[in-house]
Design a protein around this ligand. Structure first.
Ligand code: MG
Length: 392
């Protein structure tokens, strides 16, 4: 692994959660671990699945040759004992949000790409730590594994988004692939053109069958004019740049319905509500700035207090409608703080013969969640939710 001082260009991470849906099922039911099981897209419920198609399956099921998009009858031919679950999108989204929340803390700019993938531009964050890029990524992997029920991730690191994405796909599960600026060409050249995310089956066929371009190396050596003639200016230029490691598409701040937070360690530990309240007020400006920059509205405001034994307590409150004003955060702080025990006293639970001492506070945090990305329409001043399609 090279020293981070030798790193050139941006540090972009692509994080992919391995076998996401099936791994979520293992979180829900740990006895599934080590067994062949699959999540099925089906209108039926989990107890009675007779038709549908595989969305994701466990690694044990993959060993039988089961793949995504395979019809259920075929999967059962390959593995008659396959354990089946119906898609539980709500649960997967909950777990996804937990992962994304962790990932966001590691990024200067965070872009959620799908329920189980995200891009992180970590250029500044890494340059201000002592960690090398690989160690930084290992820390992310470890944090997700520990805090999210053992989920495994594959991470690709590169100076461009497209190569980071290819790199995360390079080793699965639990992979880490780091491509330095001067290794870009050597890494890309031997790969099949289909490794480039965004080159679909149709384009692949044209490249391979009609133009005899099979590898990314061959694509990079093709005259860009020929690609433009064939695929149009935008697509032709794009695929040539990606093949040469030259695309500079930025990581765009994007995420839906998760949270933004800000926290600080108090100068001294305290029970004093006024001091704690003041420290929370001081967190609003930066948090609000990020809400505005990301064009978000929020419904929920939360407070987190850490006691001196590092235990964390949270309280939150949700508005019925989405909010976008600073005062919507500020006005809830006092009310939320009242829900914590900030007395220097003991709580006695006689039935369990326990006396619990409330420890003083050492750290405070402020969070807004239930976010939507908004676009202000000039005409009617209405806000609409931004969907993935708006970005594509
Ligand atoms: Mg995945």
């Amino acid at each position: 692994m090279a020293n981070k001082k030798q790193w050139r260009g941006k540090t972009i991470l692509h994080v992919d959660i391995n076998s996401f849906y099936s791994s979520c099922e293992e979180i829900k039911n740990p006895s599934l671990k080590g067994k062949p099981h699959a999540v099925i897209m089906t209108p039926q419920d989990s107890n009675n699945i007779t038709k549908g198609a595989v969305t994701t399956c466990s690694y044990e099921a993959k060993k039988f040759g089961i793949k995504s998009a395979m019809p259920l009858y075929k999967a059962l031919e390959l593995c008659p004992n396959l354990i089946l679950h119906a898609v539980d999108k709500k649960f997967y989204e909950k777990i996804s949000n937990e992962v994304m929340e962790i990932l966001e803390d590691y990024a200067d700019i965070f872009e959620q790409a799908s329920i189980d993938e995200a891009y992180l531009d970590c250029t500044n964050k890494i340059s201000t730590t002592d960690l090398m890029v690989g160690e930084y990524a290992q820390e992310i992997k470890k944090s997700i594994k520990e805090k999210c029920g053992g989920l495994l991730t594959s991470i690709g690191i590169a100076p461009t988004k497209s190569v980071a994405k290819i790199a995360s796909d390079y080793q699965k599960p639990d992979g880490l692939t780091i491509i330095h600026f001067n290794e870009l060409k050597n890494f890309l050249n031997p790969l099949d053109v289909e490794a480039i995310s965004g080159i679909g089956i149709k384009t692949q066929n044209i490249l391979k069958e009609q133009m005899n371009i099979k590898t990314i190396g061959q694509l990079s050596n093709t005259d860009v004019q020929i690609l433009i003639e064939r695929f149009g200016k935008k697509v032709g230029t794009w695929m040539w740049q990606v093949a040469n490691g030259l695309d500079n598409e930025p990581v765009l701040p994007r995420r839906n319905h998760i949270s933004l937070s800000n926290e600080s360690t108090l100068e001294f530990i305290t029970y004093d509500k006024e001091i704690i309240k003041q420290s929370l007020y001081e967190l609003i400006d930066e948090l609000y700035e990020r809400i505005k920059n990301n064009k978000y509205q929020f419904r929920t405001v939360g407070i987190k207090l850490m006691r001196t034994d590092f235990s964390v307590e949270t309280r939150e409150k949700s508005y019925i409608k989405y909010q976008y004003e600073r005062k919507s955060i500020e006005s809830l702080i006092e009310e939320l703080l009242d829900k914590f025990n900030l007395e220097d006293n003991n709580l006695v639970i006689p039935s369990r013969n326990i006396t619990k001492k409330f420890l003083p506070i050492r750290k405070v945090g402020l969070k807004v969640s239930n976010l939507i990305a908004i676009e202000k329409s000039n005409k009617d001043n209405e806000y609409k939710q931004m969907t993935l399609l708006d970005y594509c």
